[in-house]
Design a protein. Structure first.
Length: 257
């Protein structure tokens, strides 16, 4: 799959993994559509990359449709959809005070992380189906979803987050089988401990991050957003990768806490 001269849409593209991915795909020659809620940051990055920004709530169908329509409007065939928008939440199923997990917060995490991923995958793939095949195999595009190691090894307090990411993992193979009919591949990346702006900066932040990556066997550090983006590009360009869930974690295995 050649990204040069193609369109790519990335959710959560105004920061972190999404921003790094937008930069990587733009460097490969793609016209990138940045879908994010952060208008100021998203538009600045889009202008820098010669791309398009669309303010997008991934949990809202009409909002996602508008972002996909913007990708189609570039006049370039939509070949890559990357889902990297997501939120976190920490709460036990039953708290220490005996109260049950708040349902509204659980539902919000599912809406953004799982429903949001499904929205962009299904609406983006429908747009890909209307493009001409890119090669003799009939390939039309690739959907890459972002789950988490927590979707496999959820820790204490991650019941909502792990459920949302486990759902993304569970969608991978059936979606790949569904979309084979239109020549669209589906893959999921499960990041471990990745260094993004959410952790802040300064000595205290660095000390906190050091505790987080202490269980990583090698390399003994957090993963980099640029490394995630490189993996995304590699998966887009490798035509035989399909229906797979890939851990991106330095070999870490999450403990209960």
């Amino acid at each position: 799959m050649d990204l040069n001269g193609a369109a790519a849409i990335i959710s959560g593209a105004a920061s972190g993994l999404g921003e790094a991915t937008a930069r990587e795909l733009a460097a490969a020659g793609a016209t990138v559509v940045l879908a994010d809620l952060n208008t100021e940051r998203g538009k600045a990055i889009a202008d820098e990359l010669g791309g398009v920004f669309v303010q997008t709530d991934v949990s809202d169908e009409a909002s996602v449709q508008a972002a996909v329509d913007a990708a189609v409007a570039t006049g370039k065939p939509l070949r890559a959809v990357v889902n990297s928008a997501g939120i976190g939440w920490a709460s036990r199923t039953v708290g220490r005070d005996g109260s049950p997990h708040d349902l509204a917060s659980y539902r919000k995490v599912i809406d953004v992380n799982l429903i949001g991923t499904f929205n962009l995958m299904r609406i983006g793939a429908a747009a890909m189906a209307r493009t001409e095949p890119a090669d003799a195999d009939g390939a039309r595009g690739v959907v890459i979803n972002t789950a988490s190691v927590a979707g496999l090894e959820g820790q204490t307090g991650q019941v909502a987050y792990s459920a949302s990411k486990g759902g993304i993992i569970g969608m991978t193979l059936p979606a790949a089988r569904d979309l084979a009919a239109i020549g669209v591949r589906v893959l999921t990346i499960c990041p471990g401990i990745i260094d993004t702006p959410i952790y802040g900066s300064g000595p205290e932040a660095e000390a906190f991050k050091a505790k987080l990556y202490a269980p990583v066997p090698f390399p003994k550090r957090m993963g980099r957003a640029s490394e995630f983006a490189h993996l995304v590009r590699s998966l887009v360009e490798n035509d035989y990768m399909n229906g797979e869930v890939i851990r991106f974690d330095g070999g870490i295995r999450f403990q209960p806490k």
